[in-house]
Design a binder for this molecule. Structure first.
Ligand code: ATP
Length: 532
């Protein structure tokens, strides 16, 4: 990222103190759920504004109202640069006003190239044979240069690293508003709905630089995140939602981390226990021997009973593939898993066999690989054990419901209605359902990939406690994550990967956020093969 701030200028003039966006009394009701209750929010010109709140507090609903996806309940008002705008907005309103969105899935077309994604609108609008590719390439390159984005235009988006995909989506969003802003001389607004999960620190730093450049040009950014440290670092002000209402609006520089937590969850969090300096000794549990796959060097590990082991590294290091290889969810070319003296060949492992051995996997891409959105919360929680609920050939629905309700209470699923389809829950709440599903089975080995991504700060602490409690009873855990703070909280040992092999093992007092982060970056020094 080398672009100078001046190059991004939209020449947006401050509008005599008018906020760029002002929402007043916005409500949205889904049958019995009041997802938004008279929300008022103001984003000023040139401001990076945070939007925080627990899972289900209404953040995505608010963005969907702004994106024209949901019509709000009658009675709310919206102004943009002082102009009264009627809701719901249409796609022509976004362009005219200068609003663009980056949703969690980034909205890129993976099988198309960088250039095609950047110039999609121009390409789609050009009639038949008349597309001037030479001009499109020149325009595309000018955009990449303007933002200092060093990626080949002809590369397919699904070949890019996660960092570059996120940067491309944000660059495209800013480009969408730039021309309009230049024409009207008024600032625009880019809305970012959690674009940073999974990104390593270096990727987040590049994203933040881009956001600051957008703000310096006079336009504004609305940034949704569960990561309080990120919000404290990048935003000027923040609005916090709780149960659909605004629980606070803060100048970030004058708020503390604890102030933020109280506004988000309505109480303070108990301090995390101090770690001991001693590495703990564990009774022998399971062993993985020489598991291998394309891009993964032979990997062996003894996991003690009740031991929690973290796997980490920078993106592309390969650590996040290990849980899937052990569970048989992606093919291993060699290796064994030893349980109770029995050796199971990993190339022949399948998820069904893994479940029969009482292994559990919570995948990172939960939408695609885990829950069934159209089924109820109860079905999603209890599906793997459905046979337990048959008596005399009849399914005991009430028993299933009660058990799902109990689990929902324990994991703070909101709303805790076992009959609701999973699709009706917010992203973080759906994730709690899936975590509850596997924890309930008390697996012998729990395999996790980014277990608390998208989960709010209060529930995150509960999930950490639940993992610790199950580990006390002998459950072993292998957790792949790029979240150093999470690993420091839950792990007894952390293995750092680079280029498909372990390059460092951290134990005892080394299992701290700073040590883990440093070890990931040190691993990069010897790495000569990182993805684009
Ligand atoms: N289409 C829908 N039908 C019914 N209820 C919905 C629908 N969309 C959202 N809700 C409910 O509205 C409330 C707010 O959900 P929303 O997705 O806005 O939360 P969020 O703050 O974005 O949460 P997360 O951090 O988990 O993404 C939740 O109770 C959710 O279950």
């Amino acid at each position: 990222m080398t672009a100078a701030t001046g190059e991004l200028s939209t020449n947006a003039a401050p509008l005599g103190g008018s906020p760029t966006l002002r929402l007043e009394g916005i409500s949205k009701t889904f049958r019995a759920t009041r997802a938004l209750d008279h929300v008022t929010l103001e984003v000023r010109p040139g401001e990076i504004h945070g939007l925080l709140g627990t899972n289900g507090s209404g953040k995505s609903t608010l963005i969907k109202v702004l994106a024209g996806y949901h019509a709000p309940d009658p009675g709310g008002r919206m102004t943009f640069n002082g102009e009264e705008v009627s809701l719901p907005l249409s796609s022509s309103d976004f362009r005219r006003l200068g609003m663009s969105f980056v949703h969690q899935n980034l909205g890129l077309l993976p099988s198309l190239t960088v250039l095609e994604n950047l110039r999609l609108k121009q390409i789609a609008l050009s009639p038949g044979m008349h597309l001037n590719w030479r001009r499109e390439r020149a325009e595309g390159q000018a955009v990449l240069d303007r933002y200092g984005l060093d990626i080949p235009q002809w590369r397919r988006v699904d070949e890019l690293s996660a960092v570059n995909r996120a940067l491309l989506a944000i660059v495209r969003a800013f480009e969408e508003i730039r021309e309009g802003c230049e024409a009207t001389g008024k600032p625009g607004l880019v809305l970012l709905d959690e674009p940073t999960p999974f990104l390593p620190e270096e990727g987040v730093a590049r994203l933040f630089k881009l956001m600051r450049e957008i703000a310096a040009s006079g336009s504004s950014v609305l940034f949704i995140s569960h990561d309080i440290d990120e919000v404290m670092e990048i935003t000027d002000r923040a609005t916090i939602l709780r149960d659909g209402r605004v629980s606070g609006e803060v100048e970030t520089a004058s708020a503390s981390h604890d102030d933020m937590i109280e506004l988000i969850i309505g109480r303070s969090l108990a301090p995390a226990e101090e770690r001991t300096n001693e590495a703990t000794a564990f009774a022998p549990g399971l062993s993985i021997t020489s598991v291998e796959a394309d891009g993964i060097a032979p990997f062996s590990l003894d996991i003690g009973k009740g031991e929690v082991i973290g796997l980490t590294g920078l993106i592309g290091a390969g650590y996040d593939r290990i849980p899937y290889l052990v569970f048989g969810a992606s093919p291993a070319t060699a290796g064994e898993l030893t349980i109770d003296g029995r050796q199971l060949a990993l190339p022949g492992m399948t998820p069904a066999k893994a479940i029969a051995e009482n292994l559990a996997l919570l995948p990172g891409d939960r939408e695609a690989q885990s829950g069934v959105p159209s089924l109820s919360i109860a079905d999603n929680m209890l599906l793997p054990d459905v046979s337990d609920w048959f008596r005399g050939g009849l399914l005991r629905n009430r028993g299933m419901r009660n058990e799902a309700k109990r689990l929902g209470d324990a994991y703070e699923v909101r709303p805790n209605d076992p009959d609701l389809p999973l699709a009706a829950l917010s992203g973080g709440n759906a994730q709690k359902v899936l975590i509850a599903r596997w924890m309930k089975r008390k697996p012998r080995l729990l395999l996790l990939d980014e277990p608390t991504q998208g989960v709010d700060v209060g529930t995150r602490a509960r999930i950490f406690d639940a993992i610790a409690a199950e580990a006390e009873t002998g459950m072993s855990v292998l957790c792949a994550s790029s979240d150093a703070e999470q690993l420091a909280r839950i792990c007894d040992r952390v293995l750092v990967f680079a280029r498909g092999r372990v390059v460092r093992e951290l134990t005892g007092s080394q299992v701290s956020k700073d040590h883990i982060t440093q070890a990931c970056y040190a691993s990069l020094e010897n790495s000569d093969r990182s993805p684009t």
